[in-house]
Write a protein that binds this ligand. Structure first.
Ligand SMILES: [Mg+2]
Length: 219
């Protein structure tokens, strides 16, 4: 089977992302610990607030943390604002080899990311990778139907698509269900992307050099 099109996830596939959420979460957990709230209770409350928070991505997470901090009334709101600003303005650190490997792959490439459109486009801009892609799609849910929309819009042949992504649930499974192929990029900061049973036909890579080898063998 010859592949013709690459779909590529962005957060924690092209650049590190989850680590900044965990940093802000750890700050919140330390505050909780300081006022005698257990880690379990704190995370339970954070999840509850997150469920009720509208929006997506960084803004939603930050707003949930702020609401939780205000609720436990820990004082130190200036510190909280400082931490949130750091979270908002975090740098974009690419995974090793991303630019080189993407540049070497002579196939049409589409970025398929999920979250708040404005936030995601700022990250694309900071990454400097935008021009390597034919188009960039910021999706809402990454459910199968949304991938079908992209396939139709770009007139793609599902059997000739391969997706590269870190999330089994959002990247790998839906594309395989549509008849495409997939490379699960399971790098060393990817515990959150191990979120569903990996389909048997998926390839697994631990880094971008391994991605390059797999794509090379399929083209
Ligand atoms: Mg991702």
């Amino acid at each position: 089977m010859t592949i013709r099109t690459i779909l590529c996830d962005a957060d924690d596939t092209l650049w590190y992302d989850a680590r900044y959420f965990r940093k802000l979460e750890n700050y919140f957990l330390e505050i909780c610990e300081g006022v005698g709230v257990t880690r379990y209770e704190a995370l339970k409350e954070l999840n509850r607030v997150l469920m009720s928070e509208s929006g997506a991505g960084e803004a939603r997470f930050k707003n949930a943390i702020i609401r939780c901090c205000k609720k436990i009334n820990s004082g130190g709101l200036q510190d909280l604002q400082y931490e949130c600003r750091k979270f908002d303005n975090h740098r974009i650190e690419l995974l090793a080899g991303v630019r080189e490997v993407l540049t070497s792959i002579q196939l049409e490439k589409y970025m398929v990311t999920k979250g708040n459109k404005a936030e995601q486009l700022v990250k694309v801009e900071k990454s400097g990778l935008g021009e390597l892609f034919k188009n960039i799609f910021v999706m809402n849910s990454k459910k199968r139907e949304e991938y079908i929309d992209i396939i139709l819009k770009c007139d793609l042949d599902p059997a000739k698509i391969i997706i590269i992504g870190n999330s089994v649930k959002h990247d790998i499974t839906p594309v395989i269900e549509l008849g495409g192929m997939a490379i699960w990029l399971n790098h060393d900061e990817n515990s959150y992307g191990n979120n569903a049973k990996l389909p048997k036909s998926a390839f697994v890579a631990e880094n971008w050099l391994e991605v390059q080898d797999i794509v090379g063998a399929l083209t």
